[in-house]
Design a protein around this ligand. Structure first.
Ligand code: HXC
Length: 257
């Protein structure tokens, strides 16, 4: 691939993307965003790839949006360029993806981790929204996703003070699915991703869609959305196969149809 700021590895049906700007603690500049948009779209379009892991380095998942890139921008530049709106193309990814976070996940780094379907954190992870110290605020969804994840008290405290949350607190607060020793982060994330990659792929998309619907709808509408998708899955080959395989006590073989 021609990417300069990200590295891509394929582990069977799992795509591993590593953010790779070590000199800037993986600060997220426009090039990183453009390359991630391209790589996520390629993942979503490739039927052979069934789960994705996004990670950084041992020291930093990402220390934020690139402050040096933003420092000379004014309102008109940001507004005319619709700065950060490109991230919506990453969150439009239909297939599952996991953020594997070690070290700093600050500002935009924390926000990108929260765009993932879930976060697996190393015990070294530190999450924060320190933008207030720069005279700004979260700009890639942090004020909304952090509040939904950990509730108003902690989200407000973090946004107003810029303090970081360590991995243990992040797990207690519901920000991350699981904490693992730093040395095992990539292995554990790949193992989890492989187990998702082994699931019937349409069911994976449907499960992701309905959990996400919980953040967009009232309860009755969300439950109706779930029920219709559930009914719809009975139109798939993988539903017949999955239930037949269970009855016959054998593993299912998925067609993705
Ligand atoms: C650009 C960054 C950067 C960033 C670090 N670097 N974070 N460059 N944008 N967000 C660069 C440093 O300038 C330095 O480059 C190199 O990475 C190493 O960083 P150090 O600070 O020397 O490392 P250390 O002392 O270990 O401190 C680590 C750190 C600190 C605590 C994470 O770097 C830090 O506070 N970074 C900024 C965190 C932050 O405010 N993030 C929010 C950004 S705003 P040189 O060339 O000097 O070696 C954001 C907003 C989104 O994300 C939406 C609205 C604006």
């Amino acid at each position: 691939s021609d990417y300069e700021t990200i590295l891509i590895e394929r582990h069977d049906a799992v795509t591993l993307i590593r953010l790779n700007r070590p000199q800037a603690l993986n600060a997220l500049n426009s090039q990183v965003l453009a390359e991630l948009i391209d790589a996520f779209a390629a993942y979503d379009a490739d039927p052979a790839q069934r789960c994705l892991v996004l990670t950084g380095s041992e020291k930093a998942f990402a220390a934020g949006a690139d402050i040096k890139e933003m420092s000379s921008q004014g309102f008109a530049d940001m507004y005319a360029g619709n700065f950060f709106a490109g991230w919506e193309r990453v969150t439009a990814t239909r297939k599952p993806w996991i953020a594997a976070v070690a070290g700093y996940a600050l500002g935009g780094g924390c926000e990108v981790a929260m765009m993932a379907d879930f976060i697996i954190a190393a015990d070294s992870a530190k999450f924060g929204q320190p933008e207030i110290k720069l005279g700004v605020s979260p700009g890639m969804g942090g004020s909304q996703r952090l509040t939904r994840a950990v509730g108003k008290a902690k989200a407000m405290e973090m946004c107003l003070t810029g303090r970081m949350m360590d991995a243990a607190e992040a797990e207690r607060s519901g920000l991350v699915a699981r904490v693992v020793p730093a040395a095992e982060l990539i292995d554990e994330a790949l193992k989890t991703a492989s187990s998702i990659a082994a699931m019937p792929p349409l069911a994976a998309i449907a499960n992701k869609e309905m959990v996400n619907a919980a953040f967009e709808t009232g309860l009755a509408t969300g439950i109706l959305f779930e029920r219709r998708l559930f009914h719809g899955l009975f139109g798939t080959e993988d539903q017949s196969e999955g239930m037949a395989a269970f009855v016959e006590k054998r593993p299912g073989v998925w067609t993705g149809r």
